[in-house]
Design a protein around this ligand. Structure first.
Ligand SMILES: NC(=O)c1ccc[n+]([C@@H]2O[C@H](COP(=O)([O-])OP(=O)(O)OC[C@H]3O[C@@H](n4cnc5c(N)ncnc54)[C@H](OP(=O)(O)O)[C@@H]3O)[C@@H](O)[C@H]2O)c1
Length: 214
């Protein structure tokens, strides 16, 4: 049965998945780029940027797993971009990733503002879903056609799916930095999940959790 999987959702030691004051210049929020530095030291992380080299081993394996067997992605609007309110304030906005985003499959963006689908180079099509998390997941599962769906983020989106018990598998890299401010993932606690593995590299602790109840 296809699963909803979270991969490489990086958290600071004090539990933040995004820094404060997200903006066009600082999409991750202040200081939060430190959560992702380890990704771009790996071979797969550099490959996403079209660059050669990078480390192999534990960190690279986790980054690579995030692409395996995935047929669609769901994300929140803030992860897609900095536009808030009506899209007409920036109708050209097409995501952070340039003309050829690294998804290469349908991506369902949760939002309250309707917008027609946005096809990109390389097979990515952004669909804008205004009728909630269940509808977005249903559409993503249909589009994935038997493969799994990846839940990309950000914080508020993953929190909603966790609260609804819809996430099957969750990989949280814990990065040994303190952000102090921002958006915490597990502020409401987390029930119905258990840790199935953890392993540390020199950079990060990889925690894997699975849902315990159907
Ligand atoms: N730590 C990591 O590994 C990681 C990974 C991915 C992203 N991030 C970061 O996370 C941050 C974004 O997270 P976030 O929590 O601010 O926002 P988000 O979850 O990306 O998006 C929230 C927005 O999505 C729309 N939305 C969410 N749920 C909805 C629903 N049920 N129905 C309709 N619309 C819905 C709303 O947009 P509107 O109401 O405006 O339409 C809402 O304001 C960014 O800084 C990003 O870089 C971190």
């Amino acid at each position: 049965m296809p699963q909803l999987r979270v991969h490489n959702f990086c958290l600071s030691l004090d539990g933040f998945g995004a820094g404060p004051d997200q903006s066009r210049e600082d999409p991750l929020g202040a200081g939060a780029e430190r959560l992702h530095e380890w990704v771009f030291k790996t071979r797969t992380g550099l490959e996403m940027l079209g660059r050669p080299g990078g480390t192999t081993g534990l960190d690279d394996e986790f980054v690579a797993r995030g692409f395996e067997g995935i047929g669609a992605t769901v994300m929140g609007r803030n992860m897609f971009g900095p536009v808030r309110g009506p899209w007409s304030t920036d109708p050209q906005w097409s995501g952070w990733w340039g003309p050829n985003p690294p998804y290469h499959h349908p991506v369902f963006v949760l939002c309250h503002e309707p917008r027609p689908p946005l096809p990109m180079e390389g097979g990515t099509v952004f669909h804008f879903v205004t009728d909630g998390i269940e509808a977005a997941l249903e559409r993503a599962l249909a589009a994935a056609d038997g493969r799994d769906v990846r839940l990309g983020g950000g914080v508020s989106t993953i929190r909603q799916y966790l609260r609804a018990g819809l996430v099957d598998w969750l990989h949280l890299p814990i990065v040994p930095v303190l952000l102090g401010r921002g958006e915490r993932l597990l502020d409401d606690g987390l029930t119905g999940y258990r840790t199935t593995s953890f392993a540390a590299s020199d950079e990060v602790m990889h925690v894997v959790m699975e849902r315990t109840a159907a």
